[in-house]
Design a protein around this ligand. Sequence first.
Ligand code: NAD
Length: 504
Amino acid sequence: MTTLAAKATDILARLGADPARHTGGSMASFSPVTGEQVAALVPDTADTTDAAIARAGAAFLAWRLVPAPRRGELVRLLGEELRAAKADLGALVSIEAGKSPSEGAGEVQEMIDICDFAVGLSRQLYGLTIATERPGHRMMETWHPLGVVGVISAFNFPVAVWSWNTALALVCGNPVVWKPSEKTPLTALACQAVLDKALARFGDAPADLSQVLIGGADVGAALVAHKGVALISATGSTRMGRQVGPAVAARFGRTILELGGNNAGIVCPSADLDMALRAIAFGAMGTAGQRCTTMRRLFVHDSVYDALVPRLIKAYGSVSVGNPLETQALVGPLVDGAAFDAMQVALEAARAAGGTVHGGERVSVGTDAAFYARPALVEMPDQLGPVLEETFAPILYVMKFSDFEGVLHKHNEVGAGLSSSIFTTDLREMETFLSAAGSDCGIANVNIGTSGAEIGGAFGGEKETGGGRESGSDAWKGYMRRATNTINYSRALPLAQGVVFDID
Ligand code: NAD
């Protein structure tokens, strides 16, 4: 057994994951860190998927009747179990997704944070009371559990996305059926094991409140097509969303779509360039450019271009790239060879469109099975060709601008609408960027980068990013159904809008 496989097996055993699901199966799982196989999983089938959804439907009938603050107690226990499992789960994220130990632990911290948020939320599922036009009447909104929530997640946040959905779904009264990325199934089995510990301590929850389906797009598609799933919360590429969105709409199901981003930063003449440099470096190169919120486009005012861009190019040339488990490297692996190939195709297209490429070459780590690349900074003459699309790799396209109105137009020209940031100390530029005439993204930041959102805010984006919102603020409303109730406590029956309908 290879080293990382042995480590992963040890962690799974410590967390209590069922070995029958990740040993001896036909679905191989690899670590991007070394390229080695770490497990052989047993995939789900159409029959086991159907059965899991049926069990979740039965769990819903019981869980929806449990008072919300009591449901919150389960999520409080989940938060406690996650605190105890943080080191192990973070290490497994590093093995399976290739994140640095700090980023792996940070992802688990995000899970703990959303649990804390959801516990409070379990006492705050408020509805409005609304003035009625009829005397002796009262009108109000009530929020009810929705039904089975199907979660589909991407490889790059293999555990946080599940927790965003599951913590909220559980306090809202819904069971969850999760189809994780086929590239990160082990972390999913680990999360299930951690939740099982919380369920055991909770005591009287219905069986099958949370289940994991192992498999690829076919298993995800079966979940998407199933009428027993009230909400599909799908995180991944816009390509995936183009298939999932219409399929769920065709059966009048509900979706939360969290899709690709093509996030930009704008550096204005008054910007604090030292701060901008650090924010851009983390936003564009961190997590090897494999965050949905990674900065992919940078517009720099021509008055500060020469003061900023050569420093950025230097940072790109010197940033450490390497095995995140054995070195302190800031840039780890791409998820697989296909990601490296897609990066090279985009860089070639950028060259053909007149771009000057700095970096982007493969970095050797002593094995051909893992794919590491030096992040690429590409000076582009304009927003052309590959700049308009998300390539899920560390490529930053840098362009000059001179006119603020014009750069806002360029900023919003792309299909995706996830995250954005402006670097300025000019109040007018800042407020314009945040106004209705400014950034069209779901996230708009000032003097910080595009990535690294906190769980307290609603997370998601517009246009081809799908329009969904998860995590904080009032995102919980997406996991519940709303009923408007009107109660007549008078002795008369006045009709709304003064309509008369008297019968003898
Ligand atoms: P992907 O689209 O290849 O896969 C995501 C998930 O969708 C996987 O679980 C996959 O099995 C499933 N899937 C694919 N086709 C499906 C179908 N037809 N029906 C049902 N399920 C299907 O994405 P990836 O490569 O794992 O992740 C990278 C992408 O995810 C990037 O585009 C990134 O921007 C995006 N992402 C977005 C967010 C966000 O919150 N907006 C967060 C993380 C990642």
